[in-house]
Structure formats: C-alpha cells, structure tokens
Design a binder for this molecule. Sequence first.
Ligand code: SF4
Ligand code: SF4
Length: 176
Amino acid sequence: MTAGGRQCDDCTLCCKVMAIEELEKPASSWCPHCKPGRGCLIYPNRPSECQSFKCLWLVNDQLDQRWKPNKSKLVLTTSDDGIEIRCDPGFPDAWRKDPFRSEIYEWAVSGETHDVTVVVIVGQRMVLVTPDREFDLGVVQPDERIVREFEGSRIVNASVVKASDLEHEENERRRI
Ligand code: SF4
Ligand code: SF4
C-alpha cells in the first residue's frame, strides 16, 4: 500500500483496528488474512474497503514519523463529523502519551471553533475529547449517533442516541 511519498512498509495496524464489513471482521482484532508487520496474504483480492483505505498518516505529511501507526499505536481517519483516532487495543493508553495527547487536545480546541469532533476509539468504546473534558460514550453502535449540547461554541454534554430517533425528531421539527 502506498500514497504520495509514504508507504505502509512494516505497518499493518489498520488490519487490526478497523472493522471490515465485507469480511465481517470486527474492529480491534486481527484480520485472518493479515501477517502482522508483513502485509496482506490476499493482497490482489483484498476487499474494496481495504483497497480504498488510507489512514491519515499515509496521506498527511504534517503527521510526522512519530505518528506512524505501528509506532504510535494509533490509526487516524476522518469521518463526516471530524477526526477518529483508533487505539491499538493492546495499547489502550497510547493516545494519552505525548506528543499524541497534546496534539489531540489541540485538535479538540480548534475543533470546537470549527465544529469538528475529535473521537478516540479504544476497542468498542468511544471517547469524545473536548478542550474542557472527555466524554466517555461507551460502546456506540453503527446505528447510533453522538449528540452534543453546546453553550455558545463550548460542548457541555454529549450523549448517544439511535439514528432513527434523531430522524424522527427532525421530521417532527419540520412538521411544526
Ligand atoms: S494503518 Fe495506515 S500506514 Fe498502517 S497499514 Fe494501514 S494504511 Fe498503512
Ligand atoms: S483483507 Fe488484507 S488488507 Fe484487508 S484487513 Fe485483511 S489483511 Fe488487511
């Protein structure tokens, strides 16, 4: 796997931390086709999800070598809402070590201004990081969404609700 000037080389961490729907591979466990540190045993026939996947370190030179996933134990991606930081479950506190923690908090500060969420995922648990505090959201299912409450631009609360309930509320609001 390559992108720009960077290559995965000896990193295979996304094959552990990411869920792969096509293979029904859950997050946080090694893909049976992965030879950790070496690569994919079915590379020419790997699922399309794997073919299109690029972590942020691979494509963003601003993340220096310390952020290389197999060194940092962190795989960074973007979502519709912001930045997701997946921790290798074998190193659940990796994100709390510097320089990672400081940088993650800097993203949380600018995220609050620009409405970008910063979420750390350890195993199945999600933690929303804000400049003032961390919201441990527990296990967030694919059909659930994080709802934030604001005072001005400051996040004062966060909860998890079913996406279908949100849609229902939105439809009700439109009716009023
Ligand atoms: S986590 Fe990033 S650098 Fe590591 S194998 Fe996956 S895409 Fe490559
Ligand atoms: S199929 Fe290959 S690229 Fe995809 S998760 Fe498994 S080992 Fe990684």
